[in-house]
Design a binder for this molecule. Structure first.
Ligand SMILES: Cc1cc2nc3c(=O)[nH]c(=O)nc-3n(C[C@H](O)[C@H](O)[C@H](O)COP(=O)(O)OP(=O)(O)OC[C@H]3O[C@@H](n4cnc5c(N)ncnc54)[C@H](O)[C@@H]3O)c2cc1C
Length: 369
């Protein structure tokens, strides 16, 4: 049986960023990934937005990790040749009644430490986005976009260069606490670790349950987000990132318009609770619904300009019919002293990954030193 200092269950953007941080410090770091490649879950099924940190409750892990992760992500991308662009973003009010919400959102961002935001008027919006119709907008200069596929690959590549063993086709099936470590039985074999990190994304609650952790009470509710793409002939309608105000109930940031690094425009994601964590395609939302949402900001867009694109599934901790944005759960397990649990890492997890990795590095130090 292999012996490891650290075993990380889950090779998404968070697991790979953690592997990069830990392998700079310790030998024998293993990532067990169930799928044939890293990053096949939410990590590459998202908007690819480097968030600024305006939406989250001040002082929460989401607020702190998003803000720090924003800076660290830009630095990492620049250092490792990951395609990205600091586009800035507009969050728009489409009528007068939305203006107070815009101001409140900007104030929340300021409390989180987001710098450089300002409210701009219709003329300034049109100068930046000539086809967008809105009364006012928050200009958020630190937002940007990144190729999420390349970002995950780059974290994994650096981790591997530092000695991390990334094992794919290695679904963790059983986890047992031992006297001085943890034994993991996976589809690729058995391994014993001095420290175990549960970074299994959508399935992190099930992995926690597998090891008998009380943190499994944080149930993950799958919330699907679907995207459409605007046909090439109309992709000049949008130049950057244009967001509506977020859902008041915290369900999502709203269906937004994203100019990708390769020049296409995405409309989405929607937000709908689904029963099955693997259900990406069943019963897709009609194109008319996307057009209706997008038209509020982009009146020239027609249903005929849209084609269905991919979807992703959020790992939400908020049950259906409950309001609010639940925070990330990132902690040492209260009963299993050499286990670190990450549960409910939904948006802004792509942005936050390097900051989450710093927190996990600190927790791992407590266990291994
Ligand atoms: C529609 C959508 C849009 C989003 N937009 C953004 C955005 O623009 N910006 C942003 O910052 N964030 C965004 N997010 C959030 C972001 O994508 C996630 O927070 C992030 O990808 C979570 O990464 P992860 O590594 O925790 O999870 P995942 O990517 O799901 O990785 C977990 C991995 O664990 C593996 N796994 C599961 N169970 C096991 C097991 N038993 N054994 C071994 N491996 C296992 C899975 O195969 C998977 O590869 C979005 C999310 C969605 C769904």
């Amino acid at each position: 049986m292999d012996k490891a200092n650290v075993v990380i269950i889950g090779g998404g953007v968070v697991g790979c960023a953690i592997a990069r941080a830990l392998s700079a410090r310790w030998d024998d770091v293993f990532v067990l990934e169930a799928m044939p490649r890293v990053g096949m879950g939410a990590s590459t099924r998202n908007s690819g937005v480097i968030h600024a940190g305006i939406y989250y409750v001040p002082g929460s892990l989401k607020a702190r990790h998003c803000l720090r992760g924003n800076r660290l992500t830009y630095e990492f991308c620049a250092a490792h040749g990951v395609p990205h662009r600091n586009t800035g973003k507009l969050v728009v009010a489409v009528n007068d009644s939305q203006k107070p919400q815009l101001v409140a959102l900007m104030e929340n961002g300021r409390r989180n430490g987001v710098e450089g935001m300002r409210i701009i008027d219709r003329a300034a919006i049109r100068a930046r986005e000539p086809h967008v119709e809105a009364m006012e907008a928050i200009d958020v200069p630190s937002s940007g976009i990144v190729s999420s596929e390349e970002l995950v690959k780059a974290y994994a590549r650096v981790a591997t260069e530092q000695g991390t063993h990334i094992v794919t086709h290695a679904k963790a099936e059983r986890v047992e606490a031992r006297k001085d470590g943890i034994r993991v039985v996976s589809a690729a074999g058995e391994i014993e670790a001095r420290c175990l990190v549960n970074s299994a994304g959508l399935f992190a609650d099930e992995v926690a349950m597998m090891m008998g952790s009380s943190l499994a009470r944080h149930r993950i509710w799958p919330v699907r987000g679907e995207y459409c793409e605007v046909v090439r002939a109309k992709s000049d309608l949008i130049r950057g990132l244009v967001y509506p105000l977020p859902h008041a109930d915290g369900l999502s940031l709203g269906v937004h318009l994203t100019k990708t690094l390769w020049g296409t425009v995405l409309v989405g994601p929607t937000a709908r609770y689904v029963d099955d964590k693997n259900d990406y395609e069943c019963d897709r939302e009609p194109l008319e619904d996307f057009a209706k949402n997008a038209k509020c900001m982009l009146p020239e867009l027609e249903v005929a300009d849209l084609v269905a694109a991919y979807s992703g599934i959020r790992a939400k901790l908020t049950p259906p019919n409950e309001h609010g944005i639940a925070d990330f759960v990132i902690t040492r397990d209260p009963e299993l002293s050499n286990v670190i649990q990450l549960i409910g890492v939904d948006s802004p997890g792509l942005t936050s990954a390097p900051a989450i990795a710093e927190q996990v590095l600190g927790l791992t130090q407590e266990i291994l030193n």
